[in-house]
Design a protein. Structure first.
Length: 105
């Protein structure tokens, strides 16, 4: 498979530039992207339900929805996927428990 999250990020950027009447992505991002953030939350809950239900097919679909909506929220907040990947790379330099302990409370 050659499709990547970077490919999806580029597609979202293109669709975000379209008119909200023609693009679901643009519609999610109008009015400051609040709709995109709400939709991300809804999709996250649906993903949890699918995981708890051990429904592999639904979990796959809902996970795709979460990833798409997360990238839309990142676009709406001008956060590049590369920044998120950089943060993940930074965190993997230490154990997860050590990383959590180092966070400010």
């Amino acid at each position: 498979m050659t499709f990547s999250l970077s490919d999806l990020e580029q597609i979202i950027a293109q669709k975000a530039a379209a008119s909200p009447e023609q693009s679901y992505t643009a519609r999610l991002l109008q009015n400051g992207g609040k709709e995109a953030a709400k939709k991300l939350g809804e999709e996250a809950v649906e993903t949890v339900i699918a995981a708890i239900s051990n429904d592999r097919v639904e979990l796959t679909k809902e996970a795709a929805d979460v990833i798409y909506h997360l990238l839309v929220v990142l676009k709406g907040n001008d956060v590049a996927l590369s920044d998120v990947l950089g943060e993940l790379e930074r965190r993997t330099a230490q154990s997860g428990l050590a990383e959590k302990a180092s966070r400010k409370r």
